[in-house]
Design a protein around this ligand. Structure first.
Ligand code: PMT
Length: 210
């Protein structure tokens, strides 16, 4: 089976030395990529900037911005049977990137942002992806409810939801606690290290595929 996996944060430049980003370490996405390799599958990993070692035995595509991640997914998703989107992609980026380092002026400063393209939501309508599509939902409240809205809106087969208001799981921790959210059901998976959960996510994706 061919897997396409996104991982890590994106970086949206403000000027040559500053950017907008988030706390994603890439651990969840890299663990999923590693689990897929260990199960004998082919993996394309599209990753924003992280400090992690690149797992051996996969095609690795490093990107920085949401737009670059969009273009990499658009280019490679055609060869995937199963796509899993664990990346924390910026929803907005600065309208303009200053050519020179911005100087300090007044007491306040306004940064104008514009929406990025939603990569996951583009898979069915824009990229024509017919395979098994799995998104994540990073929520701080009404986790299942919000995940199910994403499931429908982004035309996914499964959403892996996590509560990112908790410091012990989710962003930049070694453990996570997730819910498998489908149209008619949900399943709570107990807190565990991301490697263990990654294997469960791969197994779940294969059962959906079957
Ligand atoms: O990287 P770690 O430190 O290990 O942390 C793991 C994690 C918390 C980042 C991961 O478990 C997780 O929740 N990933 C999704 C983060 C996120 O941005 O979720 P969201 O609810 O904002 O987005 C929903 C889905 O749409 C996600 O699959 C996301 O990849 C995708 N998306 C969002 C915006 C966008 N422009 N394009 C997208 O494809």
């Amino acid at each position: 089976m061919n897997f396409l996996i996104t991982a890590g944060p994106t970086r949206e430049a403000i000027d040559p030395v500053r950017y907008l980003t988030n706390k994603s370490s890439g651990k969840m996405g890299y663990a999923i990529a590693q689990a897929a390799i260990e199960a004998g599958h082919s993996v394309t990993l599209i990753s924003g900037p992280t400090n992690l070692d690149i797992p051996e035995g996969l095609d690795f595509l490093p990107v920085e911005t949401a737009q670059e991640m969009y273009e990499a997914v658009e280019r490679w998703i055609g060869k995937a049977d199963i796509a899993i989107f664990a990346a924390a992609v910026a929803d907005y980026r600065p309208v303009d990137i200053a050519e020179q380092k911005l100087k300090k002026h007044g007491d306040t400063m306004t940064l104008e942002l514009t929406k990025t393209r939603d990569i996951l939501a583009s898979c069915r309508p824009e990229f024509g992806f017919k395979g098994t599509l799995i998104g994540f939902a990073a929520e701080t409240q009404k986790v299942i409810e919000h995940a199910r809205i994403k499931l429908e809106k982004k035309q996914c087969d499964l959403i892996v939801a996590n509560d990112v208001s908790r410091p012990d799981i989710g962003f930049d921790s070694n453990e996570n606690e997730i819910f498998f959210v489908e149209a008619e059901s949900q399943e709570a998976i107990a807190k565990a290290d991301k490697q263990h959960l990654a294997h469960l996510i791969i197994e779940k994706s294969l059962s959906l595929r079957a």
